[in-house]
Every structure is written in C-alpha cells, then in structure tokens.
Design a protein around this ligand. Structure first.
Ligand code: PHE
Length: 468
C-alpha cells in the first residue's frame, strides 16, 4: 500500500497495520500497566473496572474517532488540520486552538512521562543486577529485607543525579525514533516492539494465573458491587479512559494525519480502543494474582508498580527473571507512548517553522529535557520549589505534580471538549460524514455522543477536577 501522505508528498504510514500498531503503541503505556491497576486497586475493583469499560465505549471511542478524523481530513500538522476542517466549514481559523492546546499538553506530558520512564529503567537495572548476583533460581532479591526492597523507590526519588540521568536517557531513546521519522522510526519501533509486548504480557499473565492467586484477583477485578460506584470512582474511571486512549492531546490527530484515505477510521478506532482496554484488563489480571499471592495490599496507588510488585517478585519462583521481563515489558509500553507524545510537538513545529524533522525534534527534546529535569528534581533538590504555588489548586506542588495536574485536570478535558464541539457542532456534517466510516443508526448514535454526551461528561470532569 502506498504511503498515506503520498499524494501530498508528506510522510505517512506504510500500511493500515502500521498505523493501527503505532496507535495501539501510543495508547498502551504506563496508563495501562501502572495507572490502571493502581486506580482499580484504590477505587474498589469491579465497580471501577465495569464503569471504565462503559466510559471507553461511550465517551472514549467517539472522541478517538473524532480526533483521527480531524487529522486524516487535514493531512497536516495537528493545528493546521483543525484549522482546515473549521475553515472548510465556514468557521473561524482560530479553531486551530483546539489542537494547539493538545500540542502544548503533549509537550508537558512527555516531559514528566520520561521521568517515570526513567524509574522503569531503574527497575530493569535492579533486576539485571539481581540476576547477575544470584541467578534465576528462587525469588528475586534473596535475603533482602522487604523494607529494603520498598526503599528502592524513595532512595531513587531522593537521588537527584540518577533521576535526571535516567530521565534524559529515556528521552534520548524516545527522540531517536522520532528523529527517524514516521515510517522509518515510529512505525518500525511499533511493528517490532508491540508484538514483543503482547508476548511478554500473555506469558507473565499465564505465569500469574498458574502460580499466583488467580481466583482472588478475578473476584477483585470483576465482581460488581454497585454500592462501590461513587461519583469519585466514576470520575476516576472517565479520566483513566481518556488518558489511556491518549485523548485530548492531539496525539491521535497527529497519527491520524498520516493515514491514507482508504482506511475506515471507525473500524481502526474500534480496534485501537479494544486493544487498549484488553491490555488494561489483562494487566490487572497479570498484576493482581502476583500481588495477592504475596499477601500484599492492592491499594498501593502509584507505589503499586514500584514498591508492591518488586516485593511480590521476591516470594514467587523465578521472580528475578519474571520481574526483569515484567519491567522490560513496561519499558516497551512506555516507549511507544512517549514517542507518540514527542511526535505531536515535533509535527507541529515542522509545519509551523517549515524546518526539518531533525531540527524540530531536537529543539523539542532540549526543551522537554529542561522541563523534565525540573520535574525530576522536584522529588529532591527542588522539593520546595512550587511553580504554581500562587494558584490554590497547585499549592504546595512541585514541578512533577504541577505538570501532571495541569495536563490531566485542565488541558486534556478542555482539549477533548473542544474536539467534540469542532467535530459535532462547527464542522460541516458532510465533511465529517465523508471521513468517519459510519452509517445508519451507528452514525446517528455517534453524532449524538459527540454532540451531547461526551462534552457534558467531560465538562463534569473538568468541573470536579478544578473544584475538588
Ligand atoms: N495513553 C498513554 C498511556 O496509557 C499515555 C499517552 C497519553 C500517550 C497521551 C500519548 C498521548 O500511558
């Protein structure tokens, strides 16, 4: 199949499969492996999980289709694509701000996402070191006190040099693939690494199913107890669905802009959402049997992956090698997502400044490296620096928390609401219809969701996020 952007001479995916794998790579990331189990653990298990699936179907999927549609129609940078759709529909060119917010959000997210990517690299190293010290037999970290294993994490956070170094390594690897381009870098990475990811995920899950407390984990994840479905749990679920599907940051607009006309976007969006949700659920099924088998608490929050899981690998046979494979799998997932994030501001800058991919990517990498360094230092040297301390919502928060909070609470919901307004209300319905690949009742239903349901639910998240 010809490169998607062939007609315009622009870069593009070499096939539909390449696009789908890259988009799945973008969606499947720390959000699935780190955030989803932590959120499910903290929000009561089954009630959260079922509501999450509901949100993916009714809120996430329609917005995913809307974002890829804006990109595919525009065949240009995210902002220019949004502008084209608006102008061709007789609306103001300023609608490009829809994607402008996303570009800024993607830049801010990649800055702290690579810090977390650095933590994952640290654990890969811990398991390699353990493998070299004591081999594969028995559990990981033999003879090491549980408190010492748990302390790996605060020790890492307190080590300024290591935090900054690991962050920059992760960012540099991300940059390597982005500089190589869409079909030469991003796609090659996704096509090779996503299958590796799936094999590792399935292998570790089967291992946990036989060796871990499988029944207990399944009960926890899939027993629906309606009384646990509080407003807070519902909002956590919608927010998680959005983050996990990479929405609200123009990422899917950017990836969509490299897609050819022959691709049915409703079909690909469904595959992407189904794959992302399956991975989230499987990672729950992968992680909780191991946690339960070790008799550990499920509500470890963010520490679940970096404190509970390493301890869990101590008490299971083959823990060193399984632990190493586990953190390698997380590295792959995080990398394919950080590449997607870095590509957004790079694609924007290439079009805005008519400059080469290399120049633009390097400039974004340097800027993200500086911001990421501040984020990495906010756990140690700069713990008392509160960049937005004058705003009550961000009082007392360091750079890492500010970047996370600003993007998750403000930019992502606002970006997604504007996408819905642009596609549902502003854009010419005929233009939209020619891109979305839907017809009949499904089409009417999708339009209803994009015009009404999604913006209203997203406005509720925005409101609660800003007031709580
Ligand atoms: N969806 C990714 C994850 O689950 C994060 C991400 C958000 C990636 C936005 C790209 C754009 O980790």
């Amino acid at each position: 199949m010809a490169a998607a952007g062939g007609a315009t001479g622009r870069e593009g995916w070499s096939s539909k499969t390449a696009f789908v794998l890259a988009a799945i790579g973008s969606a499947v990331g720390l959000g699935n492996l780190w955030r989803f189990p932590a959120e499910a653990g903290e929000n009561g298990g089954g009630a959260f999980v079922l509501f999450y699936i509901f949100c993916v179907l009714l809120i996430g999927l329609p917005v995913l289709l809307s974002e890829t549609l804006i990109g595919r129609h525009g065949q240009s940078s995210p902002t220019l694509s949004a502008r084209k759709l608006a102008v061709e529909s007789g609306a103001s060119p300023y609608w490009e701000a829809v994607a402008g917010i996303g570009v800024l959000a993607a830049f801010l997210i990649v800055s702290f996402y690579c810090v977390v990517g650095g933590w994952v690299l640290y654990y890969v190293w811990q398991f390699i070191a353990d493998l070299m010290n004591s081999g594969v037999s028995g559990g990981a970290f033999k003879g090491v006190e549980i408190d010492t294993i748990r302390a790996f994490f605060p020790d890492l956070l307190g080590n300024a040099g290591l935090m900054v170094g690991l962050n920059l390594v992760f960012l540099a690897v991300t940059g390597f693939f982005v500089i190589r381009g869409v079909s030469g870098g991003i796609e090659v990475m996704a096509v090779w690494l996503m299958p590796v990811f799936f094999v590792l995920l399935v292998a570790i899950t089967i291992y946990g199913a036989f060796g871990g407390a499988f029944g207990e984990a399944m009960d926890f994840l899939f027993t629906f107890e309606p009384e646990k479905l509080t407003g807070e749990v519902m909002l956590a679920a919608v927010g998680q669905a959005f983050f996990s599907l990479s929405l609200g940051v123009a990422g899917m607009v950017t990836y969509g802009s490299y897609v050819g006309r022959d691709v049915n976007l409703a079909g690909t969006s469904t595959i992407i959402a189904a794959a992302d949700t399956s991975v989230a659920l499987i990672s729950g099924v992968c992680i909780f049997p191991i946690v339960f088998a070790a008799g550990l608490a499920v509500d470890g929050g963010p520490g679940l992956m970096f404190q509970t899981i390493p301890v869990a690998f101590q008490s299971i046979p083959g823990g060193t090698i399984v632990g190493l494979l586990f953190f390698l799998m997380v590295t792959v997932a995080a990398l394919t997502s950080s590449v997607a994030l870095l590509e957004v501001p790079t694609a924007w800058a290439m079009e805005k400044f008519k400059a080469s991919r290399r120049t633009c990517a390097l400039s974004v990498i340097i800027a993200a490296g500086i911001l990421g360094t501040l984020a990495a230092l906010s756990f140690n040297t700069l713990a008392d620096f509160h960049p937005l301390g004058f705003i009550p919502l961000f009082e007392g928060q360091g750079m890492f928390d500010v970047l996370d909070g600003v993007t998750a609470k403000l930019f992502m919901p606002i970006g997604a609401i504007l996408v819905c307004i642009l596609v549902g209300w502003i854009a010419d319905a005929r233009l939209v219809d020619s891109e979305n690949g839907l017809d009949g009742a499904l089409h009417i239903f999708w339009r209803f969701l994009v015009r009404w349901a999604c913006p209203i639910v997203l406005a509720a998240i925005l409101f609660v996020g800003l007031t709580s």
